[in-house]
Design a protein around this ligand. Structure first.
Ligand code: SF4
Length: 472
């Protein structure tokens, strides 16, 4: 076992097992991991003033920062353990290398120092202490706060070391045993490289957490009431289920009805139409003389939207290849120019609604409008043109899907992205690559991806409009 297994184990036991024993061909490359690695290196580099080297030789030479060192040892209760400290930082002391020693350091994204960071440091300290022949009292958590390096010192006391030893024993037991169950908290799965593999099994076994709106708590409530899978949920009586869902108070019958219909749709593969004439008629009316589709690519950690993509649709029957797509890049040093281009574009067709998927786009426009000092009335009239298709589709349809994300819904409608296995995180990964290399190829990939996001949103708009036309 190694530090990476420990990190996975804290998140999900099954992930640790799969990382150790799973078939590599079932794992999908995760842009999150790659982004994390790049950010991690950049901040470590800054923290060490560029004096960062790799491996054992770097320790012997006494460099300020050391990465890429692996230490293997037969450890406590005969366990074969390996640590891969993210960074070793030189400090005062005496070790086998001379009048200095190293402390382990980890990178933290965001504000919260979690168990993952503490256990990683404690595990590293256990093996590193023996290896360098010098005891380690503390570790460092390094993060970036408002472009500045922030360092937190963590005292690795007896209690923490004991805790990590217990976790390592459980991890060892887990790795030697059978594959653990899929985690109850399926939110963890969204950025996991084994997601596809686990999703397949969850669907085959009728996991309740596959049903949109059912999290781990509701799933266990349903299980204690004798509903253990999607099949039994789908065949349940709405009123009886409502009575069991008292935790939802006034909404209990409404929730019961949605859960059951969602389970029925999921099993049958057939969508269920919720009567929502007003909103969809509205969409039909508002879009008949032209509209925009708007989609943003952003870096949530930096709170930076790096690309605004617009698709102009004069007529719903225009072929996708003939539509005009306008990508507007938002470079840090040229924000005003991109804001100007956006307003110019949006005000060129003042009556046109702006269709988007999710709330991010509207929030971004409000911020841009405020930045440009538009009046309250102007902001109000601009934002009133925004129509969120994610909200609209959820209000109008129960789809045979696990979630209502743009990819899931538009894939179900037959839409395919030109580039395979893409996601918002992959676009962010390309953006980071572009910033490092200035290679235009990454920009082209991002723009193609964003254009496809716009076309996918258009596909959903067409679905809503077409079904409304059929009903009228
Ligand atoms: S996809 Fe979910 S259940 Fe499967 S290993 Fe990852 S986090 Fe665990």
């Amino acid at each position: 076992m190694n530090s990476l297994h420990l990190k996975s184990f804290i998140r999900c036991k099954r992930k640790a097992w799969l990382d150790f024993k799973g078939k590599r061909s079932c794992e999908v490359w995760s842009p999150h991991k790659a982004i994390d690695k790049i950010n991690q290196f950049q901040i470590f580099y800054e923290f060490c003033n560029g004096e960062i080297y790799t491996g054992l030789k770097a320790c012997k030479n006494g460099y300020r920062g050391v990465i890429g060192l692996k230490i293997n040892e037969i450890f406590f209760q005969n366990i074969n353990a390996e640590i891969r400290p993210q960074l070793l930082v030189k400090t005062k002391g005496i070790s086998k290398w001379g009048p200095y020693k190293y402390l382990p350091a980890v990178y933290k994204l965001g504000h919260k120092t979690t168990k993952e960071h503490l256990f990683d440091l404690a595990f590293s300290s256990l093996l590193l202490g023996t290896f360098q022949e010098s005891k380690i009292e503390k570790g460092l958590v390094i993060s970036s706060v408002g472009n500045k390096v922030n360092v937190e010192e963590i005292y690795l006391n007896k209690k923490l070391r004991k805790k990590v030893l217990n976790v390592l024993l459980s991890l060892n037991e887990c790795l030697e045993g059978f594959m653990p169950e899929i985690t109850q908290d399926r939110k963890k799965c969204t950025i996991c490289s084994w997601q596809k593999f686990c999703d397949k099994e969850a669907k085959e076994n009728g996991y309740l957490t596959d049903i949109d709106g059912i999290g781990s708590k509701t799933a266990s409530l349903l299980k204690t009431n004798g509903i253990s899978n999607t099949q039994s949920l789908a065949s349940h009586n709405e009123k009886k289920l409502g009575e069991k869902l008292s935790k939802f108070n006034d909404q209990k019958y409404e929730k019961a009805s949605v859960f059951i219909k969602q389970a029925q749709a999921y099993i049958s593969g057939e969508p269920y139409c919720i009567s929502n004439k007003k909103d969809t008629n509205d969409l039909l009316e508002k879009t008949c003389s032209g509209f925009y589709i708007f989609d943003i690519e952003s870096n949530p950690d930096d709170k930076h939207d790096f690309l605004y993509g617009f698709l102009k649709i004069n007529n719903l029957f225009t072929k996708n290849e003939d539509l005009i797509y306008e990508p507007i890049l938002n470079l840090e040093n040229n924000k005003k120019e991109s804001y100007r281009q956006i307003t110019e574009l949006l005000f060129a067709n003042k009556e046109w609604p702006v269709l988007h998927y999710g709330e991010t786009e509207k929030i971004a426009i409000i911020n841009i409008a405020k930045n440009l000092n538009l009046s309250f009335e102007e902001i109000d009239s601009l934002t009133s043109r925004f129509i969120d298709l994610h909200t609209l589709i959820r209000k109008s349809w129960i789809l045979p899907l696990k979630n209502y994300g743009l990819k899931t819904v538009s894939n179900w409608l037959g839409f395919e992205w030109v580039q395979k296995n893409v996601s918002g995180s992959k676009a962010l990964y390309w953006w980071i690559q572009y910033q490092i290399t200035e290679n235009e190829i990454f920009l082209k990939k991002i723009i193609q991806y964003n254009k496809d996001d716009c076309l996918a949103t258009l596909q959903i708009a067409k679905y809503l409009i077409k079904n409304q036309l059929n009903k009228n």
